[in-house]
Design a protein around this ligand. Structure first.
Ligand code: ZN
Length: 263
């Protein structure tokens, strides 16, 4: 599978969302178009034809633009079959392989996406992997993870583990610019971790220039994201200071996530 068969355009939306537009020749697929306007503006600017919509989960800031996009473009909508998704044509549950550009005759070159079930933030939440790119919605964030609106700590912990075993060079295209806020928490959870301090400095430089901290890489997340580091002694100690009774990774994850909610 060719992994460089499409490039990725970041479309900022709302206050801190990212809609990801995948460009393959003159075709485009969008991931989590919470707002149609900015997507249509990029399609027009770049002269692209919308070929597919991929949805990670049902929250309005991820699918609120689908209805409007479907008024102008008759395309396949991939998304969680377990959730209420506007215009859903291809319900997915995890384990499938999809070719979003396939209906437009670009199947072989445009790559195959692997669909992963990553429940936790919502119960039907999906992640999409193509080559070294991961589109993970609100599951894994830069130095953080999504809130548990619907799922249990067990589910989210397992979902994050299923992402953590992807190749370390995997680029993490999450759906929000939360990295700096998350890094403040990461530094509190692991005060002695120099990789977190370095990432804080790097993120500050990027944000001061008005640039995105996303995508990150899995190797960076594994070094700095406390929710992927629940077996580290410092994370375990921090969890214990915040009411964690056990040392197992799920208990540590649950305690860190609860602490993060109030941080
Ligand atoms: Zn969400």
């Amino acid at each position: 599978m060719k992994t460089e068969s499409f490039d990725v355009i970041s479309i900022p939306a709302f206050r801190d969302n990212y809609i990801w537009l995948l460009r393959h020749g003159r075709l485009a697929a969008v991931v989590d178009p919470g707002d149609a306007g900015p997507v249509q503006a990029v399609l027009a600017r770049e002269g692209l034809q919308l070929a597919a919509i991929l949805i990670t989960h049902h929250h309005a800031d991820h699918q609120g633009g689908v209805a409007k996009l479907l008024e102008d473009h008759s395309v396949e909508v991939f998304g969680p079959g377990a959730e209420s998704i506007t215009g859903l044509t291809t319900p997915l549950y995890g384990g499938e392989r999809i070719r979003p550009f396939g209906a437009f005759g670009a199947a072989a070159e445009a790559g195959e996406f692997q669909v992963l079930a990553v429940p936790g933030h919502t119960l039907g939440h999906l992640a999409y992997v193509c080559g070294n790119r991961l589109f993970c919605g609100d599951t894994l964030f830069g130095a953080g993870c999504g809130r548990l609106f619907e799922g249990s700590p067990e589910q989210m912990s397992a979902s994050l583990q299923s992402l953590a075993i992807l190749p370390e060079t995997t680029e993490v295209y999450c759906a929000h610019e939360y990295t700096e806020m998350n890094l403040r928490f990461a530094a509190a959870a692991e005060p002695g971790n120099p990789a977190i301090q370095q990432r804080i400095r790097e993120a500050a430089v990027l944000r001061a220039r008005g640039e995105s901290t996303v995508p990150s890489t899995l190797v960076l997340e594994k070094a700095t994201n406390p929710f992927l580091r629940c077996r580290e002694p410092a994370a375990i100690a921090a969890a214990k200071r915040h009411g964690c009774a056990g040392e197992d990774p799920v208990s540590v994850f649950a305690a860190l996530r609860a602490w993060r909610n109030e941080f």
